[in-house]
Design a protein around this ligand. Structure first.
Ligand code: PMP
Ligand code: GLU
Length: 390
C-alpha cells in the first residue's frame, strides 16, 4: 500500500506518548510479562458506584437519544453548582459551561475556536505533551517557557513577559501540574491572570488535578476575583472521580466562546456520550457522596505519595521533590549526561517497570511515575527501581 500523503493539518502530528507507552505496557502484560505499569496518569481505581449506576439506569430507562450538543442541562447545571460550591466564584452559570469527550476534546475545541496560524501560545515546561500538540493543531505556535527544579517548576510573570510578543494570544496553565505536581500559589496565580488581562491574552487553565492536592487546596482561577474576561477553566472526571473511560471533560468560559465551541462540536462529534453524561451529573451533583469520594481518594493518594517518596528518595540515582498535587513523582536523574528516554526504555526491558521519560514533557533528564496504583504495586515498582539503579 502506498503511504498516504497526509495533509499539512496532521503532517507534524505525533501519537500521544503517554497513551502509546500505556498501550505498550498493556501489550507486554497480555503477552505474559509481569510489568509494573506506572506509565499513564490514570487512577487505577473503580469509578464511584453511585455515578456508574446513574448511567446504567439512564440507559435502562431508554434515555439513549442524542444529548444536547453542549451537554445535558442537568450536567451543565451540576458542573456550575460544583464550581460555585468548591471555588470562591458565586456566579458560575450553566450557560458558561460546555461538556466534551474529556478535557482533551474541550481543550481542542477551545484552542481551535481561539487560535490560528500566526498566533503564539505560551506553554510552561515541563508540560503535558498534548498541550503543544493541540495548540499546533489549531495552527498557532506553542512557545515553550522553561521552568525548572530550582524554581519549583513555577513560571514567573517575568518569564511570561520575556516570552510575550505582539502575536501572543494564549497561555496554558496547569495547576497542580502534570508531570511535576507543582501547585501555583494564589498570589502568583492572581499576578499571572492580571498580567494576561492587561495584554489581552487568553488563559486556558487546566484544573483536572485541582482536587488532588496534599498541602491545602490548590487555587483555581475561579478563586481569583481579578481574573479577566479571557479566562477559561478546564476540568473533567478522569482524575478526581476515577472516570477516565467515561470520557467527560468540560470548559467554563465566556458564553460566546462556549457557543462557538458548541457549534464546532455540533459539526464534529455531536457532543459527549449520553450515558457518561448521566453518570457525570450524578458524580458531581450529589454533593455529599461527591465530597466523601474525593476525600477518600485524596487520603489514599497522600499515603501512596508518602510511601513512594520514602522509597524513591532512598535511591541515589534519582531524586524527586514531594509533589504538592496530582499523582506523579517527577524524578530527576542524578547523572546529567543520562538520556531519560534510554533509561526509561532500559527500565521497561530490564526491570519490567513502565514509566514516562521526561523528553515528551519538554524536560529531558527526568522520569515520571504514576503513583495512583495499589500500594503493593507501588512497593513492587519501587523495589525494582532500587534494584535497577543498584
Ligand atoms: N490534562 C492533563 C493535565 C492530563 O494529565 C490529562 C490526562 N488524562 C488530561 C488533561 C486529559 O484528561 P481527559 O481524560 O479528561 O481527556
Ligand atoms: N493524562 C494522562 C497522562 O499524562 C493519561 C494519558 C493522556 O491522556 O495523555 O499520562
Amino acid at each position: 500500500m502506498p503511504t498516504p500523503e497526509f495533509s499539512s493539518n496532521v503532517a507534524q502530528l505525533e501519537a500521544s506518548p503517554t497513551l502509546a507507552l500505556a498501550a505498550r505496557a498493556r501489550k507486554l502484560k497480555a503477552d505474559g510479562v509481569d510489568v509494573v505499569d506506572l506509565s499513564a496518569g490514570e487512577p487505577q481505581y473503580p469509578a464511584p458506584a453511585y455515578a456508574a449506576r446513574a448511567g446504567i439506569r439512564a440507559v435502562e430507562e431508554g434515555k439513549t437519544g442524542y444529548p444536547p450538543t453542549a451537554g445535558l442541562p442537568e450536567l451543565r447545571d451540576a458542573i456550575a453548582r460544583y464550581l460555585r460550591e468548591t471555588t470562591a466564584s458565586a456566579t458560575v452559570d450553566p450557560a458558561s459551561v460546555i461538556v466534551g469527550a474529556g478535557v482533551k476534546q474541550a481543550l481542542f475545541n477551545c484552542c481551535y475556536a481561539l487560535f490560528e496560524p500566526g498566533h503564539e501560545v505560551l506553554v510552561p515546561a515541563p508540560y503535558w505533551p498534548s498541550y503543544p500538540a493541540i495548540v499546533g493543531l489549531s495552527g498557532a505556535e506553542p512557545v515553550v517557557i522553561d521552568t525548572g527544579w530550582d524554581t519549583a517548576f513555577l513560571p514567573s510573570v517575568e518569564d511570561l513577559e520575556a516570552a510575550r510578543t505582539p502575536h501572543t494570544r494564549g497561555l496554558m496553565l496547569n495547576s497542580p501540574g502534570n508531570p511535576t505536581g507543582a501547585v501555583i500559589p494564589g498570589d502568583l496565580l492572581r499576578d499571572i491572570l492580571m498580567w494576561a488581562d492587561r495584554h489581552g491574552i487568553w488563559v486556558l487553565s487546566d484544573e483536572i488535578y485541582r482536587r488532588l492536592s496534599y498541602d491545602g487546596p490548590a487555587p483555581s482561577v475561579f478563586d481569583v476575583a481579578e481574573r479577566g474576561e479571557r479566562t477559561v477553566l478546564l476540568d473533567g472526571l478522569s482524575k478526581a472521580f476515577c472516570m477516565p473511560g467515561f470520557r467527560i471533560g468540560y470548559a467554563v468560559g465566556p458564553p460566546d466562546l462556549v457557543r462557538k465551541m458548541s457549534d464546532l462540536q455540533g459539526q464534529t462529534t455531536s457532543g459527549a456520550v449520553g450515558p457518561s453524561q448521566y453518570s457525570a451529573a450524578a458524580a458531581l451533583g450529589e454533593s455529599g457522596a461527591r465530597e466523601a469520594f474525593v476525600a477518600d481518594l485524596v487520603s489514599k493518594l497522600a499515603r501512596l505519595r508518602d510511601l513512594g517518596l520514602t522509597a524513591f528518595n532512598g535511591i541515589g540515582a534519582i531524586e524527586a521533590k514531594p509533589p504538592d498535587g496530582a499523582l506523579y513523582f517527577y524524578g530527576r536523574l542524578a547523572d546529567p549526561a543520562a538520556s531519560s528516554l534510554a533509561v526509561a526504555e532500559q527500565l521497561l526491558v530490564e526491570a519490567s517497570v513502565a514509566c514516562m521519560p521526561g523528553e515528551p514533557f519538554g524536560s529531558p533528564g527526568y522520569l515520571r511515575f504514576n503513583f495512583a496504583v495499589e500500594p503493593e504495586v507501588l512497593e513492587e515498582g519501587m523495589t525494582r527501581l532500587a534494584d535497577f539503579f543498584g
